[in-house]
Design a binder for this molecule. Structure first.
Ligand code: 13P
Length: 250
């Protein structure tokens, strides 16, 4: 089963609308349009509309960084799946470790967001990953197993056809410390086996599993040689068009 590589930019809390548009001018000038990888950009909510308009008619896809699970209602400050699809979002990041660490995200809220996204044909990019303590205590596989199985609870394989999983070891995010290619491969092979166990084997084989955590143009090639690394979720190095293009054209 061949899986098309996916390179996604997670801009986190960066870029105003003019900054986002300036980035896109540079990015679109550098892309040939027939890149092997599918390219996705997740700007902050405030730039989704402008970025979506600029990407219209290009091969670059739009993603949101989070989503609420209700379609509408008295939920001040939240953004619904409907609002995102209406702006042209194809993907949504769910369960990023920064949301788990700083904003009270739990396995249960991750599960609800994921279910809401799949109901609206918004492809979830489910983020999972162990902390430094987990890894040092030998708990990496257990943590990944628990995060993934709780996120997918109650969902059927036909609701997860497009699912993307991002393995993002918390200790590698924004630290300059990248997991070694063997650490990434080992964790991601575990994730694929797990997906086969809790969904089915063909779904597990078609699911793209990304690596995230200090990905740069200098380390993407080695990561992409690993059989279970199907792409990258890029933070810091996605903020400049130069380095992001260097990653896309690995
Ligand atoms: P960095 O690439 O800045 O380490 O961030 C990774 C990440 O969190 C992507 O979601």
């Amino acid at each position: 089963m061949s899986r098309r590589p996916l390179i996604a930019a997670n801009w986190k809390l960066h870029k105003t609308v003019p900054e986002a548009l300036a980035f896109l001018d540079d990015l679109l000038a550098d892309l040939t349009g027939d890149e092997a990888a599918e390219v996705v950009i997740a700007p902050p909510f405030t730039a989704l509309e402008a970025v979506g308009r600029r990407l219209d008619g290009t091969a670059v896809r739009l993603a949101a960084q989070n989503v609420y699970w209700e379609d509408q209602g008295a939920f001040t400050g939240e953004v619904s799946p409907l609002m995102l699809t209406q702006l042209g979002c194809r993907y949504v990041i769910v369960g990023h470790s920064e949301r788990r660490q700083f904003f009270g995200e739990t396995d249960e809220t991750v599960r609800r967001r994921l279910a809401a996204a799949s109901r609206h044909e918004l492809t979830p990019i489910l983020c999972v990953g162990e902390t430094k303590d987990d890894r040092e205590a030998g708990r990496t596989d257990d943590v990944l197993t628990s995060q993934v199985s709780r996120a997918l609870e109650g969902l059927y394989p036909d609701q997860l056809q497009e699912l993307v999983v991002a393995y993002e070891p918390v200790w590698a995010i924004g630290t300059g410390l990248t997991a070694t290619v063997d650490q990434a491969q080992e964790a991601q092979a575990h994730l694929r086996l797990l997906l086969a166990r809790i969904t089915d084997k063909s779904l597990a084989n078609q699911t793209r599993i990304l690596y995230g955590g200090s990905v740069k143009p200098e380390n993407i090639n080695a990561l992409m040689t690993m059989p279970d690394v199907d792409g990258a979720l890029v933070g810091g190095a996605s903020l400049s068009a130069d380095s992001f293009v260097g990653i896309i054209q690995f």
